[in-house]
Design a protein around this ligand. Structure first.
Ligand SMILES: Nc1nc2c(ncn2[C@@H]2O[C@H](COP(=O)(O)OP(=O)(O)OP(=O)(O)O)[C@@H](O)[C@H]2O)c(=O)[nH]1
Ligand SMILES: [Mg+2]
Length: 360
């Protein structure tokens, strides 16, 4: 039988150093790519778009396993999987929400749970249970962090003799969660989406635990951004709510990546939730076009699109007083409350935007 890399699941091979699974040593447990990711944070072969989601879902659905669906709370909308129950017919699904540590501490878990249940209902996704995890990277084993115990409890309750497999979008934190359950860093984890390459089987005594490659979506800054952009987009610490009070037509820029125009408002509060390293600029909506034409890529940085004209616009007319989130996949979101009429948001042409009832 072919030997597989313990970190990413790729079949090990010893001939082609530019192909997946390569190792220079015949007795190695890990491929060179995993070694370089773990030791140098260097992803030698990017698999951001190279893994076929249908193949992954097919492999997972053929297992007799309880499913832990790992969902990144920061990038929640882009982590939803339409038709999940159809893809995994007959499977019991427990949603495990990760990266709670990035969201404001003041937001209660009950509120987050209610929000998620509502979104799942909107998407027609049914789950059996829900666990919200705190920081699984730096504080997984802290006394006051009960996340892993809660996941273990859910496994004990819902497994009913079956194996256990994780699924979810790339970068959701699946391998990190499993390393926590294994209590050692067996699996390769990284901020590069597409780290895990194939199913990885681990013996837990009573059952087999499976890590799986993340599913990818093309309409996210996580997929279209290059490695250096990813470093800036992904928050490395808790998000600071950046709040703006607006009294006239205004425009807010997230670096040179996204522009939000709020029009026809009298008194509007807009809160941005983005990686702390990303700069937000506020200005008059009237002069925003000129600003973007001249300063995209310089004052408005980082940027990705080749020009402002090439960016795509999404619009929304706010009719109720309800707080509204404008979510930019892979980047973060604005929460808008108060009296605003028209909302326009410009993003890279490949990226999607979702308008939703406020999460926080
Ligand atoms: N802030 C925070 N970051 C996390 C947490 N869990 C995972 N991460 C980070 O998220 C990134 C992705 O983690 P992985 O475990 O590699 O994600 P994955 O779902 O296995 O990704 P793929 O293998 O690409 O599908 C890494 O940079 C992790 O450090 C968490 O609880 N909090
Ligand atoms: Mg992984």
């Amino acid at each position: 039988m072919n030997k597989r890399c313990k970190g990413c699941g790729a079949i090990l091979q010893y001939e082609y150093s530019d192909k997946l699974g390569y190792s220079p040593k015949h007795d190695a447990d890990y491929c060179q790519r995993c070694f370089r990711i773990s030791h140098y944070d260097d992803v030698t072969i990017s698999m951001k778009t190279g893994i076929d989601p249908d193949t992954v879902l097919r492999k997972v659905s053929s297992l007799n396993a309880l499913i832990l669906w790992v969902v990144d709370l920061f990038d929640f909308e882009a982590n939803l999987i339409a038709g999940l129950n159809r893809h995994l017919q007959g499977k019991t699904i427990v949603l495990v929400a990760t990266k709670r540590d990035l969201l404001p501490e003041t937001t209660g878990n009950q509120k987050l749970a209610d929000f998620m249940m509502q979104r799942l209902q909107d998407f027609g996704i049914a789950i059996a249970g829900l666990v919200i995890c705190g920081d699984l990277v730096k504080h997984a084993f802290d006394k006051e962090n009960h996340s892993l115990q809660e996941v273990e409890k859910a496994i004990g309750y819902y497994r009913e003799g079956r194996d256990v497999a994780v699924i979810g979008m790339a970068n959701a934190g699946k391998s990190t969660l499993l390393n926590g359950l294994l209590k050692k860093n067996t699996l390769t984890t990284s901020r590069h989406p597409g780290t895990t390459l194939d199913l990885v089987e681990m013996d837990m005594g009573d059952y087999t635990l499976y890590d799986t490659p993340g599913l990818t979506r093309k309409d996210s800054y996580l997929t279209v951004g290059d490695e250096s952009l990813l470093k800036q987009l992904i928050p490395d610490r808790r998000l600071k709510a950046r709040s703006y009070q607006l009294y006239e037509d205004q425009s807010l820029a997230v670096g040179g990546l996204a522009r939000l125009d709020l029009l026809g408002g009298k008194k509007v509060t807009c809160v941005g939730y983005f990686a702390p390293s990303l700069k937000l600029h506020r200005g008059k909506a009237l002069s925003a076009d000129a600003l973007w034409h001249t300063h995209m890529g310089t004052l408005l940085a980082p940027s990705l699109s080749e020009s402002f004209e090439s960016m795509k616009r999404f619009s929304y007319t706010k009719k109720s007083k309800e707080k509204l989130d404008v979510v930019i996949h892979g980047l973060g979101w604005f929460c808008i409350s108060g009296d605003v009429k028209d909302i326009h948001i410009y993003v890279d042409k490949a990226v999607s935007v979702t308008f939703r009832k406020a999460m926080i």
